[in-house]
Design a protein around this ligand. Structure first.
Ligand SMILES: Nc1ncnc2c1ncn2[C@@H]1O[C@H](COP(=O)(O)OP(=O)(O)OP(=O)(O)O)[C@@H](O)[C@H]1O
Length: 274
């Protein structure tokens, strides 16, 4: 790691994680290296993800933002050539420990992708699917409640309440993305990872999703990859700047955009590259 960040050494099992200034940490990556075959994509990354904050990962194309995001719920496991070393903690759990159930992990650390990807099923079924397979509800009326609450939290309920049986794929792009957020919320995650969630959306739909992210922060820890520095500035409290597989610096979003410590960050935010 070539940055001074709060990402410190791996914690002994059982200790609650906090930053140097005492802020609760939900996830901590320490000495994270990622390889795709022979090619190394991340170098010794250490990053603290603060509890109930929005952390934005920014940097030029190919710098490793999505790779790091995918480490946080082991989505990289699905890529055959990908190998991860180092430690990633979620509260008191090392998520790469062989005893960890990856399905359960991904319920705790949900994900929303770049392109809205509802299942080819009804709006209701899109949201009900997760709670059903995880056995989170005991009967139909509880499931109905979870579906309605999740759609409400995703700011979509009023728009779809009269057509829950219609296909999710029939919604507009922005509505589909909020449906995917509702689907993620339905299994009561603690962390939501978002990989450029607005890149396929128009400005109005983007504004709605950004507002939603701000509301969700009250109850969830959010990590968002974005190409838009304006978006990072609007939605996040913390920003991490990546360059060529290194985490260059991480800090308060305002500080990163107005007073970066590293010349590479300065060059990026002033549009000199990327
Ligand atoms: N599945 C893969 N197989 C091989 N190499 C990969 C794979 N995914 C990513 N890489 C490589 O790892 C590096 C980091 O890619 P990553 O997608 O994490 O960057 P990024 O910062 O998210 O880029 P972008 O902003 O363009 O999405 C790049 O060099 C990329 O080519």
């Amino acid at each position: 790691m070539d940055a001074k960040t709060d990402g410190g050494a791996a914690m002994p099992a059982g200790a609650a994680m906090v930053t140097a200034d005492g802020v609760p940490v939900k996830m901590r990556g320490s000495n994270v290296n990622v390889f795709y075959g022979e090619k190394q994509a991340l170098f010794d990354v250490g990053l603290d993800v603060r509890d109930r904050h929005v952390t934005a990962l920014i940097g030029p194309s190919g710098c490793g933002k999505s790779t790091f995001l995918r480490c946080l719920n082991r989505m990289n496991d699905t890529i055959d050539v990908c190998r991860v070393t180092g430690t990633i903690m979620l509260d008191r759990t090392d998520i790469y420990d062989p005893s960890v159930d990856v399905v359960e992990l991904r319920a705790r650390v949900g994900m929303v992708f770049q392109k809205p990807n509802p299942f080819p099923k009804s709006i209701y079924e899109n949201v009900a699917y997760g709670p059903r397979i995880h056995g989170l509800t005991r009967n139909k009326s509880e499931l109905d409640d979870v579906v309605a609450t999740s759609l409400q939290k995703a700011g979509l309920y009023e728009e779809v309440k009269d057509r829950l049986d219609e296909p999710g794929t029939g919604l507009s792009g922005g509505q589909q993305q909020r449906l995917c957020i509702a689907r993620a919320i339905a299994v009561s995650p603690e962390v939501i990872l978002m990989d450029e969630p607005c890149s396929a959306l128009d400005p109005i739909a983007t504004a709605k999703v950004e507002e939603l992210i701000d509301e969700l922060r009250e109850n969830y820890t959010i990590v968002i990859v974005t190409h838009s520095m304006q978006q990072a500035a609007r939605v996040s409290q913390r920003t991490a700047f990546f360059h060529l597989g290194n985490l260059v610096e991480e800090g308060e979003t305002k500080e990163i955009f107005t007073n970066p410590r590293d010349k590479r960050t300065q060059d990026y935010i002033t549009g000199r590259f990327g």
